[in-house]
Design a protein around this ligand. Sequence first.
Ligand code: PEP
Ligand code: MG
Length: 838
Amino acid sequence: MSFTEITPTAAIENARHGGRAKCLQRLIRLDMPVPRTVALSFDAVHGISAGDMPDLGAMLALFGPDPLVSVRPSSEDPDWGGPGAILNIGMNDAVHSKLTKTHGEKAANALYLRFIQSYAVHVGRLDPDEFEAFSTSSPDALHAALALYEEETESYFPQDPKEQLAEILRSMARAWEGTTARLLRQAKGAPADAGLGLVVQKMALGVGQSTCGSGVIQFVNGQTGYREIRGRYLCKSQGRDALSDAEDRDVMYLTKDPRGRSIEEVLPENFSNLLKYGDLCRTRLREEMEIEFTIDNEELFILDAVRVQRSERANVRIAVSLANDGIISREEAVLRIPPRALSELLHSQFDPKDKRDRFAKGIAASPGAATGKIVFNARAAQAMAAQGENCVLVRSETSPEDIRGMHAAKGILTVRGGITSHAAVIARGLGLPCVVGAQDLSLDRKQRKLIAGDGREFAEGDVISIDGALGVAYAGAVNMLPPELGEGFQTLMAWVDEFRDIGVRANADTPPDAHNARMFAAEGIGLCRTEHMFIDDDRLLAMREMIFADHAEDRRAALDRLLPMQRADFTELFEIMQGLPVCIRLFDPPLHEFLPHGREGLRELAEALDLHLRDVERRVDGLREFNPMLGMRGVRLGITVPEIYDMQARAIFEATVEASKSGDPVVPEIMIPLVSAKREVEMVKARVDAVAAEVRIETGSDFTYRLGVMVETPRAALRAGEIAQHAAFMSFGTNDLTQMTYGLSRDDAGRFMGEYVAQGVYEEDPFHMLDADGVGELLKMGATRGRDANHDLTLSICGEHGGNPESIRFCRDAGFDYVSCSPFRVPIARLAAAHLAL
Ligand code: PEP
Ligand code: MG
């Protein structure tokens, strides 16, 4: 038999008949009043499109004499869609006159007209505008529609229900196999060969003379996830009509309502049955379902039930509430939340209902939504923030000088840059919405204008909005929904930590970052980029003095001024982290990043340092490098200007002694960046050990610490065996490692990455998604060689990939101890790690 009646015991399977057929069987098993229904399997539907029609006479006979039926799609996953439902199949002149007697002319006309309209459009492929223009309330419409059909097709409207049904089944089967439908569902994750099932169901008419109609009801708010009865019911209607813009007089409320009649009052028994069925769906189907129902002559029929459409916020609340009520396990609640979906809860978001006027598209660098006045430099951002105004910092790209402006802004938009550019990394760290690489934009510095690709111009002070999750900028303000870190989120995250088996730390540079890390329950700091501590005016000046010093002594004097500041930074971080590990990376960037750009800046510096402008210029020129990312930075600076690392090591150890006084002993972790040779580690280690010995003697306190390396160069991964002999831990800095493995500048890749991905040269932006084949190979090699040489070696990742669910899988498989990512990605990483362990 090529069709199967859906009964409690029939062999109906999701993977053969589709989700709708399976769900209907579940409703039938729960004794809900579902009209008789037949399922056609994927194979049967495929056969229909190839010309193999099932015995429709036998099928229609199941539904009794002169039946009217509906056909609906049933794909494996309801989200993959399918052709729209067609109702009232079987309507013809004879049934029309019969129904005119039993249900009245108006109802009979409406049913027939509706069927002619769908048949003409879906089977006859006639112009929908012409057919859908007929109004069901006009008595002449039916004749006009029949006449139009005959004129357009040069044939009578088919009267044989078998023929009607056959044509409809064939058109639905073919529609599914068409290219557009296939591409659409593939975009939603369906496999290329996804099958379509169909369900044929006896109609409950919903248009008789007594109380009749159709509606949908759900028991939860799809926006918030809170339980409440919602939905609509429309008198004398069918299918999902209730969801259309009906006139108010046709609406009947579901629950008691001062504005008019309600099902609760008019048909209390039907209402209490609806509540019962909603409850059964929740407890037995273990899901919040929207029920589609029809009331026909006061009798309730359940036609269908689908999972309530919901926001990610609601999804979390619903999963937690189902688990709290013992309906699903905690494991299942955790598995029901896709890790990336948490991003919607962690950041503010634009109200999906609000209108937007898009003027630019770039790379989605840091999620969240921001609205504010345009500012073009950090100073203006600070000034605007000081006046209590929200602003969006718009730059060609950002540099360390912009950091205070970035702190002051609500969002950041840059014309250049990629996913690991300065703006992107800092914004993610701060949890600030950020769009980078919006190439269509241009900045007119002189006129202080931002010019969009379509020619629109924006001046300083104009309001714009950016969505960092979509990488889009809009003109004007958009309404905002705040983050949602309430009870549902907290409960879910507590369960997550029971299941996961890989550690999650945060990349945190400042006390506010560390507080965020704690708020999101990171298990420590996996990367503290110390250079971000030098942004304040005093420090910047001391740093510049240090850079300009001609002698080691002068350099030391400048560093002596920085020492207490760094000590205070580290003490505060240790105190905030309360004994959790804190991994501090020694100074990494090229020194020239700390020097001013532009003549005015140079002049101010000359004045501050009491030097001639020419001397300052000469010095700045001397520090200029052709390729600073591959130049004097990281450990190379530590070897050639060792006083910087000495000062930092001293600050870390003195802070260790200080912070250990008030709590458990702190065991700091010191990390050396950009290592490529064993000797580099030996040399830095010797000096750091010496500083530790001095501090122990000076303070009369003992302490331990762990010294490790960052693996950011391919050579460090290749030589991990010898490097690991001197390291307690190795942390893979996959931003630089990706840059160096590909020979691809992380700051410039944004320019062509879109094109590269679009043309399939790279499957993904490797700065965004860890390149498992190439960079991953180095990670595995480095991890294995390192561990073979040093069994106690702690392995971790601290590049931006650390917060990425796919990379976390990779690191867990490679035996890493933890991943470290921006504080706002910590919850996503924790959830992704739990999914991997379940
Ligand atoms: C890295 O290179 O992956 C890293 C974490 O360091 P940074 O991004 O500061 O260069
Ligand atoms: Mg790096």
